[in-house]
Design a protein around this ligand. Structure first.
Ligand code: UD1
Length: 348
């Protein structure tokens, strides 16, 4: 019996790792990589570190406008699915690769499962919001990471298809944490920064304003830079603050070391907000909203405007002291695999 997983972007490889190990025990597992992310650090390195088998196919789609990128994936993925005829397709998260995979499967009536279902930012200008809504409404089975995500699915009438499994990234973190070593910044206090959301980086004035604020902090800021952001900065005349250390995108292992020894995290990523919570690091999220509201409710995450004129003071003063209850579960991949088995039995 074949099961197909479709991935394409960095956060999806992280979610695939633990599930791939479980799926392989009971099924023939076909991994299809759309090629949305293609730099070594954004792709192959993560497969190596998470010990994920190489994909059977890499569609090499690469970059492009949303319509073009998604359209090309849709066409190629349909061919892959018709060729392998999997009993089920697994999709992850909210990228254009997720959207193409769930649409391709639904058009040829192959059931799909959506990992990380029910997240909502309620901001429809994010392509990810549209992608996740469509993935949830086309899938046969939804794996919600939290009870908050379950509530969103319930409101949309999808509760009968939903199982609250916990968050698969907990399994990936456990897998990598035993391998984490210190890094060259260990011992010095530093902030860890990531930034790649189009609404933050596509307008250089936002980055200018952020950098001007960050230059007022006493500590260093380590910034593994996303290729989208690198391109925009390289094409500008921006003068970089002296305390900002720009480094290339990191492997998962190296990145978790940067998280572990950081003072605080400043980010517009989704997944990193959770990783910060699990690691006990205060997180400053440069977004107007978050899908991971429980991290904010717990007091460990705070939303700030990238253009806030008091940003540096607010970052320095954000020092949560609350306890951190376990929000994201464990042995998530194992639970998911069993539910996938049940679904396949139902369809065959
Ligand atoms: C995508 C996801 C986003 C996720 C993010 C994680 C969508 C709509 N967005 O955004 O949800 O949080 O991945 O990283 O799917 N690039 C490279 N090398 C690479 C990959 C990308 O240079 O290996 C460049 C591309 O040329 C492009 C830009 O980065 O100019 C953006 O890449 P793209 O895959 O379109 O979206 P992300 O911004 O990475």
């Amino acid at each position: 019996m074949k099961v197909m997983s479709v991935v394409g972007a960095r956060p999806q490889f992280i979610k695939l790792g633990p599930l791939a190990r479980e799926i392989e025990k009971d099924f023939e597992h076909i991994i299809v990589h759309t090629g949305q992310h293609y730099d070594h650090e954004m792709s192959n390195l993560l497969f190596e570190q998470l010990e994920i088998p190489s994909p059977q196919s890499n569609l090499g789609i690469g970059s492009g406008g949303h319509g073009e990128q998604t359209g090309r994936m849709l066409k190629e993925l349909e061919q892959e699915m018709l060729h392998h005829r999997p009993a089920l397709v697994i999709t992850f998260g909210d990228t254009n690769s997720t959207l193409a995979a769930c649409l391709a499967a639904s058009k040829i009536e192959i059931p799909s499962v959506h990992v990380e279902a029910g997240l909502r930012s309620f901001n429809r200008s994010m392509p990810e919001e549209i992608n996740r809504i469509i993935a949830d409404h086309t899938a046969e089975l939804l794996f919600a990471p939290t009870s908050e995500a379950f509530k969103h699915l319930q409101r949309e009438g999808l509760e009968d298809k939903t199982i609250v499994t916990g968050d698969i990234m907990v399994d990936s973190l456990k897998f990598i944490q035993r391998k984490v070593k210190s890094n060259e910044y260990t011992g010095k206090p530093y902030y860890l920064l990531t930034l790649h959301r189009p609404y933050n980086v596509d307008d250089i004035s936002n980055i200018k304003s952020l950098f001007s604020q960050l230059s007022q902090l006493d500590e260093e800021i380590v910034f593994p830079i996303h290729p989208r952001t690198r391109k925009i900065i390289d094409e500008s005349d921006l003068i970089l603050p002296k305390n900002l250390k720009i480094i290339s995108p990191q492997g998962y292992l190296e990145f978790q070391s940067l998280v572990k020894y950081s003072l605080k995290i400043i980010t517009d990523s989704g997944g990193l907000q959770k990783e910060a919570y699990i690691a006990g690091k205060p997180c400053i999220t440069l977004r107007p909203e978050t899908e991971w509201v429980e991290t904010v409710v717990s007091g460990w995450n705070t939303l700030m405007d990238i253009n806030d004129e008091y940003l540096s003071e607010k970052i320095a003063e954000f020092n949560p002291v609350n306890s951190r209850p376990d929000l994201y579960g464990n042995n998530v991949a194992y639970k998911m695999k069993n539910e996938i088995k049940n679904l396949i039995d139902r369809f065959n």
